[in-house]
Design a protein around this ligand. Structure first.
Ligand code: ZN
Length: 455
């Protein structure tokens, strides 16, 4: 590309002279990124962009590496105040602990926990998340908007079965109606940062009527369907017993299997079901710690052999840190141990494929692959700058392997979401970090006090 240096253009922000992870996952050095109206306007040699653009603000890129912000494609912001509370607990954790905990939260507690999670996510390089939902999502949306995050929000959807007490369910038409209300109130809010999705929380708690209603509503509004899919054996057994079909077959029978399906976990799948998911362009999302901890081993290599786009999520912070860097590495070594070593194949999950999971593949699971997930001109400016001037990055023969195998949340220096500088020099620019943490601590004490007075 050539530049006419006689003309200088205005832009909102210039990230000046950094290393950049390009869409082909090569890392190029000495580049600048011009940003305007929330989008990437140009990526090019620093010397040329300095002449070309007259930015309103500037972020120093020297000794920093710019990468696309991570997309956490499956999380639960309502569970953030339960940190450390489910480790080494016997199953089934969501039935016994998570659902009652979420249901007991006040709106203020939900908002406080969500805000804490948004603060932590930004500082860990996560710029976008998909929440699979609890009963009240307005406080979560408020927290996402205030903290500058991009989010896809679903609402808890349950209407069926004896697995969950009736007080945690609603009739199918009410479930659909409540998500429709959420869609009308918030879809497209905050310059399009907020999107709403329909969900069937788990097939164990979803009647055929609700599943068909969710599929139809998602088609009508053009949203994704966010679902926990084949997470554990009991779900498969129950699906077979009640509906005479395995989970993916049940989805297909009721019109819910398509490219807009985000299937969180996707663990206990038959080969036939994986082929069905691939044929329909559905998007599995692995949550490595959550999956490997109790539910089973994902058939990740089969999915990639079928050219599927497999996203990645944290599944919330009740069990694990909100750290997609760590989740990538866990999955790489686990997949290698399970599938690579027995076949003498060290290339089971190459770094480039691995890095696509929490970036462009997770973006695709949210139907945002044309907006985020890579750093490209015209896409939304959701950019994470890592501080590369640290001992663990030196010396670096090849930068990309260092990024995937060495970098972590501790290295996140600046974060830009939708063109806005949300984190600068490791400090969140939109919230008082100490206040958010203090309020979260206070909420937990109130929750524990209430719990002890009930016992
Ligand atoms: Zn989940």
């Amino acid at each position: 590309m050539t530049y006419d240096t006689r003309v200088r253009f205005q832009c909102d922000l210039l990230i000046d002279n950094c290393k950049v992870v390009m869409p082909d996952l090569q890392v190029e050095e000495g580049l600048s990124i011009a940003i305007d109206q929330g989008r990437i306007l140009a990526i090019g040699p620093a010397s040329q962009l300095r002449k070309q653009y007259d930015p309103a603000a500037r972020v120093e890129g020297q000794d920093k590496l710019a990468m696309p912000g991570f997309v956490d494609a499956h999380t639960h912001l309502a569970q953030q105040l339960l940190r450390g509370g489910v480790v080494d607990e016997p199953p089934i954790i969501w039935q016994r602990i998570l659902v009652p905990f979420e249901s007991a939260l006040t709106e203020q507690e939900l908002y406080t926990g969500a805000k804490l999670a948004c603060l932590q996510m930004a500082k860990a390089g996560i710029t976008c998340f998909a929440d699979s939902g609890t009963g009240e999502m307005a406080p979560v949306i408020k927290a996402a908007i205030e903290t500058g995050m991009r989010a896809n929000i679903a609402r808890m959807s349950r209407d069926y079965g004896s697995f969950i007490p009736d007080r945690f369910k609603d009739p199918a038409p009410i479930v659909i109606q409540k998500t429709e209300e959420l869609y009308k109130a918030f879809h497209g809010a905050a310059n399009g940062r907020i999107e709403i999705a329909f969900s069937a929380t788990s097939l164990q708690t979803t009647s055929p009527e609700l599943l068909e209603g969710v599929a139809a509503a998602a088609r009508q509004y053009g949203t994704i369907i966010h679902i926990h899919l084949a997470e554990h054996l009991k779900e498969v057994q129950q699906c077979l017993t009640q509906f005479g079909a395995r989970p993916v077959e049940y989805l297909a029978q009721h019109g819910a299997l398509g490219p807009n399906l985000l299937g969180a976990h996707a663990i206990q799948l038959s080969d036939r079901e994986i082929c069905m998911l691939a044929e329909h362009g559905a998007k599995p999302v692995h949550c490595p710690t959550s999956n490997l901890g109790s539910h089973g081993f994902p058939k990740t290599t089969t999915m990639f052999a079928l050219d599927m786009q497999v996203g990645m999520g944290t599944d919330g912070a009740s069990l694990i840190d909100l750290d997609l860097f760590g989740q990538m590495r866990l999955l790489k070594f686990a997949v290698n141990a399970r599938f690579g070593l027995p076949a003498f194949d060290p290339f089971t999950l190459p770094l480039q494929t691995l890095f696509k999971m929490p970036t462009i593949y997770s973006a695709a699971a949210l139907q945002l692959q044309d907006e985020v997930g890579t750093l490209e001109v015209g896409k939304k400016a959701d950019i994470v700058l890592l501080n590369w001037n640290q001992p663990h990055f030196h010396p670096a023969q090849r930068l990309f392997p260092m990024l995937v195998m060495v970098a972590g949340p501790r290295d996140v220096n600046d974060v830009i979401i939708d063109g806005q500088v949300v984190v600068k020099d490791r400090r969140h620019q939109l919230v008082d970090e100490e206040e958010v943490m203090a309020k979260a601590d206070e909420c937990l004490q109130n929750i524990l006090r209430r719990a002890s007075s009930v016992q």
